[in-house]
Design a protein around this ligand. Structure first.
Ligand code: TTP
Ligand code: MG
Length: 357
């Protein structure tokens, strides 16, 4: 199946946070990276980039190129805070979200109904509304091409790369744009006259492996538009539940139902109280011989409605064998979503999905 992968990268992240927190900086070149001339530029906004300033440039050199710039020392904690806000927005679109760095993530939206273009525009609009920052978004059918897309027309960019455009769209690219090809390798290739992806496409797999070592195969595949890496969510969503060892073992369906229902009511209150929606209900029973059984049922859509989950609980109770005495019973919800963002996301998707008037 063709996947739908999105890569999101915040524009001039640290500098953009400084501009957001102090609007008087807007429109002026902002350079983050310390105030002593011995340091280097951590990042700078696009106004400063017009002067030729870039990340990792020594500050004394930046000050020569851009003497009128605003030089700031950087506030790591503040950037972490804003980063968390950005990820909170992203995580409302899918739980298939992989955080790559402080300002960068992959989302696998294969399962979403809306087209990737609509989702990408909704992401841009929501991040902007919540944090005031612009992001660039790349869309494609694998990670490599999605990342290339987000870098295509920064800042505030949006670029989709389709399978039909491969390899033509890649041919003119400078090999230094190939994510995964290190600076040293790029230098080595430059030295033998290989500057573009088109030049590199002329090399067969064995030659590339000789030139680039073990990473050669990966590069060989990527410039042909092939990349099978999956989007790996950092931590799968936690579950929310109650389980207790009973004071006395119980036996039979009525006893199981009584305890399971009490836990179910408790954990459903907890779910609502935390502003969460759930998709899966799980019932777990441990018997007196310490064997255990867990049974789950899922809904197509997450909810926090007691009456929607109630029949699922009944189903689960019927799946538990009743011959042995039970020593522990547990009920939990999984596939959790935050409730309050949901409506916002759907509103934005709806707005952006409407045909132009
Ligand atoms: P990047 O996404 O590489 O850079 P950026 O967001 O500033 O600019 P753009 O994406 O528009 O090209 O990095 C994100 C942040 O990480 C950046 O704002 C500062 C920080 N950073 C470092 O601390 N050290 C570095 O070497 C780099 C490149 C970035
Ligand atoms: Mg960035």
């Amino acid at each position: 199946m063709i996947r739908k992968i999105i890569h999101v990268d915040v524009d001039a992240f640290y500098a953009a946070v400084e501009e957001r927190d102090d609007p008087s900086l807007k429109g002026r070149p902002v350079i983050v990276g310390g105030t002593s001339d011995r340091g280097v530029v951590t990042t700078c906004n696009y106004e400063a980039r017009k002067f030729g300033v870039h990340s990792a440039m020594p500050l004394f050199q930046a000050k020569k190129l851009c003497p009128g710039g605003i030089y700031l020392p950087g506030r790591r904690e503040r950037y972490q805070e804003v980063s968390a806000q950005v990820f909170q927005v992203l995580e409302t679109f899918t739980d298939q979200l992989e955080k790559v760095s402080i300002d960068e993530a992959y989302l696998d939206i294969t399962g979403l109904y809306q087209s990737p273009g609509v989702v990408a525009r909704a992401i841009k609009a929501r991040v902007k509304a919540v944090t005031g920052l612009t992001v660039s978004v790349g869309i494609s059918y694998n990670k490599f091409l999605a990342k290339l897309g987000s870098d295509w027309n920064k800042p505030d960019g949006l670029k989709e790369i389709t399978e039909a455009e491969i390899p033509e769209i890649l041919k003119p690219l400078d090999i230094r744009k190939i994510h995964g090809l290190g600076e040293k390798s790029a230098g080595r290739l430059y030295a033998i006259g290989v500057h573009t992806v088109e030049d590199l496409l002329a090399y067969d797999l064995r030659t590339l492996e000789n030139l680039l070592g073990s990473g050669g195969r990966e590069i060989y595949e990527r410039i042909r538009g092939r990349d099978l890496r999956e989007v790996v969510p950092l931590h799968e969503r936690k579950s929310l539940g109650t389980e207790r060892t009973l004071t006395d073992n119980v036996r039979g369906e009525a006893a199981l139902r009584e305890v399971a229902r009490a836990y179910f009511e408790e954990v459903t209150r907890d779910l609502k109280g935390k502003g969460l929606l759930a998709r899966t209900l799980t019932l777990k029973v441990k018997f007196d011989d310490f064997t255990q059984i867990t049974r789950s049922k899922s809904l197509a859509e997450a909810t926090d409605e007691f009456r929607i989950f109630e029949p699922l609980l009944e189903d689960l109770i019927r799946q538990i064998p009743l011959a042995k005495p039970m020593r522990l019973i547990g009920v939990s919800y999984g596939g959790l979503l935050k409730n309050q963002h949901r409506q916002l996301v759907f509103d934005t998707l709806f707005e952006l999905g409407k045909p132009p008037e």
